[in-house]
Design a binder for this molecule. Sequence first.
Ligand code: AP5
Length: 216
Amino acid sequence: MRLVLVGPPGAGKGTQAQFIASNLSIPKISTGDIFRANVSGGTELGRIAKEYMDRGDLVPDEVTIAMVRDRLSESDAQDGFLLDGFPRNVPQAEILKKMLSEFGAALDVVLELVVDDEEVVRRLAGRRTCGQCGRIWHVDFDDKKDDVCDVCGGRLYQREDDSEETVRHRLEVYQEQTAPLVSFYADESLLVGVDATGPVEEITQRAMEALRPFAD
Ligand code: AP5
């Protein structure tokens, strides 16, 4: 399955992506994760991306698109993938469509995670991420009292773009630049929406149910 996840910051894209991709046995490709790995690795790409990410703005399209093209060319992405965080505006969506058609492929479905702004701010203020395995936690909802990952023992960190002020700016950027993707994909008859509030496992179940008609 070739699947895109859309939704505002904090909708739970990263959380759901790890379970959905594993259930479907497809690679999870997160542009945010790739940028953050480059920032912590001190690469040139990371240096460029960091400036935009810290402000909560989008990294320029030419940088992001080249990175995604390289990743989608890798062998594990040839039979399917889950894209988390890309595309993030209509020009990126148009390029993705063209890129896939060059590979003789097309998207099967776009899954929108629907959640309101106040829930987003609450979720992101308490988010912690494992620096070793990337597992996402929440201090309240997962009752995390320490900063150690229960899965691999790695150290948890708080993302620099999760301050309330930057989160509110990211939400504005989402409304201006990413929300138009919802109607773009509705017009392409690819859009399926799920309510992304409630317990994580229930949302995964709803998502898998919504994706069932598109499974091979
Ligand atoms: P990116 O990493 O993609 O961030 P985002 O879209 O803002 O999304 P988040 O990762 O913040 O949230 P999420 O929806 O994944 O939520 P999560 O599952 O973690 O992008 C970061 C930056 O990179 C961008 O700002 C931009 O600069 C750049 N970038 C990336 N892609 C780009 C592109 N294509 N073009 C240009 N620039 C790009 O969940 C959040 C918290 O809530 C967690 O703590 C989690 O445990 C908790 N939680 C999840 N589900 C639930 C639930 N059901 N109940 C309670 N808590 C929950």
